[in-house]
Design a protein around this ligand. Structure first.
Ligand code: HSE
Length: 292
């Protein structure tokens, strides 16, 4: 038996929605899982192939083992084949894809006993926050919060014609580092600023009002604090807007930057790459559709 699961990249926060908004993107990791009589073997190709561990510290394996334990499955051996397209530690949900892929594949291998909701809860508790996890499982744009240890969520369809132009710097940024740099407290006015933008953004995405994205994607809770970790961030954000992006933001915890647009994709891509380069950062730029 071969279990094959495809998990999309995700971009979290979408600007103001820190830890509560996320979108799935048309870029995928594929996880193949085969039960064997003994031992663990892991084959990795594509993004991160040189660095991803092949032992029990592998995140796909850890997520799968966590599910096996929850459903009381005694695993004898496992073979994993990971075909990765999602850049590692770049703010595009590579660790989420590993966790979600491991959990979903393990659930299928053990007879599909757990519901989507249970899988989301397990994957989110491994990841520590859910804003990448839920869109990685459901696709689309997802609003999600944690309440009493449960994840509450609603999915909305991404607007027609919207694409993400993603500039991916050639350096990794560990989410932990990027979270530790955010202060424990922010001024009330900044919290209120974000609440309004996050609400407006959800309404704008739902109604396809792309003209509002520029304002609706502004943020005061995380990006400016993270800016010292990403040379040129502010300039790349500004340049993408000038080139015609509807809204632009750090993708998740960074260092990638995502600009949302419905035209001028090539110009926006070129300008983002060039602006990073002028600030001493090599990057590659991809134009990605939302994953439905
Ligand atoms: N919401 C999280 C953060 C996403 O910004 O830290 C990390 O992937």
């Amino acid at each position: 038996m071969i279990i094959r699961v495809q998990v999309p990249a995700t971009t979290a926060n979408l600007g103001p929605g820190f830890d509560c908004l996320g979108m799935a993107l048309e870029l995928h990791n594929v996880i193949e899982m085969v039960p064997t009589s003994r031992g663990l073997s892991i084959e990795v190709s594509g993004e991160g192939a040189a660095d991803i561990p092949r032992d029990e510290s592998n995140l796909v394996f850890q997520a799968a083992r966590s599910l096996f334990r929850q459903v009381g499955f005694a695993m004898s051996g496992l073979r994993l084949r990971l075909l990765n397209q999602i850049p590692v530690a770049r703010g595009l949900g590579s660790s989420t894809a590993a966790i979600v892929g491991g959990v979903i594949a393990a659930n299928l291998l053990t007879g599909g006993k757990l519901s989507i909701r249970e899988l989301i809860n397990i994957a989110s508790s491994i990841e520590g926050h859910q804003d990448n996890v839920v869109p990685a499982v459901l696709g689309g744009v997802v609003v999600s919060v944690q309440s009493d240890g449960e994840i509450k969520y609603l999915k909305i369809e991404p607007p027609n014609g919207l694409k993400g132009v993603v500039a991916v710097p050639d350096f990794a940024l560990i989410t932990k580092t990027s979270r530790e740099i955010i202060p424990a407290q922010v001024p009330f006015q900044d919290a209120a600023f974000n609440v309004g933008r996050a609400a407006l953004l959800v309404a704008a995405l739902q109604q396809g009002d792309l003209g509002l994205l520029g304002v609706a994607m502004e943020d005061r809770l995380h990006q400016s604090f993270r800016s010292p970790l990403i040379p040129g961030l502010k300039k790349v954000l500004a340049a993408a807007k000038l080139a015609g992006a509807r809204g632009v933001t750090l993708s998740g915890a960074g260092p990638s930057v995502i600009a949302f647009a419905d035209s001028n994709f090539e110009l926006i891509a070129r300008v983002m790459g060039e602006t990073f380069r002028q600030n001493g950062v090599k990057s590659r730029v991809m134009v990605l559709k939302p994953s439905p």
